[in-house]
Design a protein around this ligand. Structure first.
Ligand code: SF4
Length: 451
């Protein structure tokens, strides 16, 4: 990090949140505040294709950008396009964008990837995979992943109000793209949810349920409330975490009367039963935080949700500098009421190499973040190692920097390793992006690939 005038690598200055003026976009010149605050208006006016993006941006951005975006959608994208106006409005927030500023914008970078963003030499790592964390392999009921001994991940549905280019669940989430035919959930939601509850009742050692998707903001409220009340009726469930990026991407959803009233009922029930109810969101850049997001967070806390936490993803071109992460964390903690909890290294999915950072870079960032934020609000940077799970980035057992292979150990068995006597003693590999390796390492991978 370069030093500031105060002689420190990073200098904190309070910056209050600002809602960017949406009327700077030609397509939204006449949109009123009442429309903007309506969740329904936001959903109806999501941008789903290049034509709709043009209708909003008009000639601010030139044809080369739109062609680049179309090329990505047609050949490389693992996620289809879906951006609520709230999120689009946080791109180039201070001015009407032009092609250069829009292309360089960090939120554009991961929400509207263009073909020229991706690496030509190594678009995907040879060890990348559609379901890189093997969550589907560990389903114990449809959509219920049992990976850690005491915790499960419940995927209630496969849609979100917004689709992120780097989505780790690109195998299941969203519409199929020309590059990826998606896996489909086949059971009726009611049957799927019932099967989850049956599993939890039969496995009292599972105490923690991450309720996710997709994004729970797309589950019709009555269904979601019934599911949560079902979880709260299982006495062995002690932690419930709701995963919703929409808290940032579509905060209007979480401010609707029926949702607020329903969350209040769920929070009161959780409190009475001594269950920790929290909401986890996914913010990657400080520009995503606006007064509307802070209001939605405050409302959740007011109705009794115990905590709202952030799980961001570390990505080149978006936030992979200490300054970016500290700016984001101070705004989360100091302005939006969200605890900076984790930053994940971007998973090894196809066509994501331009976003991924090597482990040594993540370690350096963790080092550079220490000491600025309150200790409890200092995020951990974690690597989700295939077949292992989340590890802090300094927990490597060994590291071959030349070939970009880090080795990790684990201290529990997943459902896939019941009969594997070496599961707890062997080493598990994770791979750095090849373009970040020394030339000798890159040559080695080219040779492997050719063979
Ligand atoms: S909100 Fe989450 S699940 Fe949905 S596309 Fe983004 S990263 Fe994937």
């Amino acid at each position: 990090m370069a030093e500031t005038a105060a002689g420190q690598p990073y200098e904190y200055r309070r910056r209050e949140l600002v809602e960017p003026d949406w009327t700077r976009f030609p397509g939204w010149r006449d949109v009123t505040a009442a429309q903007w605050q309506s969740a329904q208006w936001q959903r109806v006016n999501c941008v789903k294709n290049v034509k709709q993006l043009r209708a909003v941006l008009g000639d601010l951005v030139d044809d080369t950008f739109y062609a680049d975006l179309e090329a990505d959608q047609q050949r490389l994208a693992t996620m289809s396009m879906l951006i609520p106006p709230q999120m689009l409005n946080t791109m180039v927030p201070d001015a009407a964008p032009d092609t250069a500023s829009f292309t360089a914008d960090p939120i554009r970078n991961y929400m509207l990837p263009i073909a020229s963003d991706r690496r030509r030499d190594w678009p995907s790592h040879p060890h990348s995979a559609r379901d890189s964390l093997h969550e589907h392999d560990m389903w114990v009921a449809e959509g219920l992943t049992h990976r850690y001994p005491t915790k499960v991940l419940a995927e209630l549905l496969s849609t979100c109000p917004q689709y992120c280019g780097h989505c780790t669940r690109m195998d299941l989430v969203g519409n199929s793209t020309p590059a990826v035919a998606k896996l489909k959930l086949v059971q009726k939601p009611a049957d799927r949810y019932e099967a989850h509850l049956t599993y939890l009742k039969a496995h009292p050692g599972v105490r923690d349920v991450v309720v996710s998707g997709g994004d729970v903001a797309n589950v019709p409220w009555r269904q979601l409330e019934a599911y949560l009340m079902g979880l709260l009726s299982v006495p062995t469930v002690r932690d419930i975490r709701l995963a919703t990026k929409a808290l940032m991407g579509l905060p209007q959803h979480w401010l609707q009367d029926d949702v607020v009233e329903g969350m209040h009922r769920v929070a009161v029930t959780a409190e009475r039963r001594g269950v920790n109810l929290a909401v986890h969101t996914h913010v990657n850049h400080v520009n995503s935080l606006t007064p509307m997001v802070a209001r939605a967070v405050r409302t959740l806390l007011e109705v009794g949700v115990r905590d709202v936490r952030n799980q961001g993803v570390l990505m080149r071109g978006v936030n992979a500098t200490a300054d970016d992460l500290l700016d984001l964390c101070f705004a989360l903690q100091g302005e939006a009421g969200i605890l900076p909890y984790y930053f994940y290294m971007c998973d090894m999915i196809p066509n994501a190499e331009h976003w991924r950072v090597p482990v040594w870079h993540a370690q350096q960032l963790q080092h550079d973040l220490m000491g600025y934020l309150p200790g409890y609000a200092t995020p951990r940077i974690v690597c989700d190692v295939p077949f292992v799970g989340k590890r802090w980035v300094h927990m490597i057992a060994d590291y071959d920097r030349e070939h970009g292979i880090s080795y990790w150990t684990k201290n529990y068995r997943t459902s896939l390793e019941a009969g594997d006597s070496e599961a707890l003693t062997k080493l598990y590999a994770y791979y750095d992006p090849i373009d970040t390796l020394p030339e000798s390492g890159q040559a080695w991978w080219r040779k492997q690939q050719a063979a």
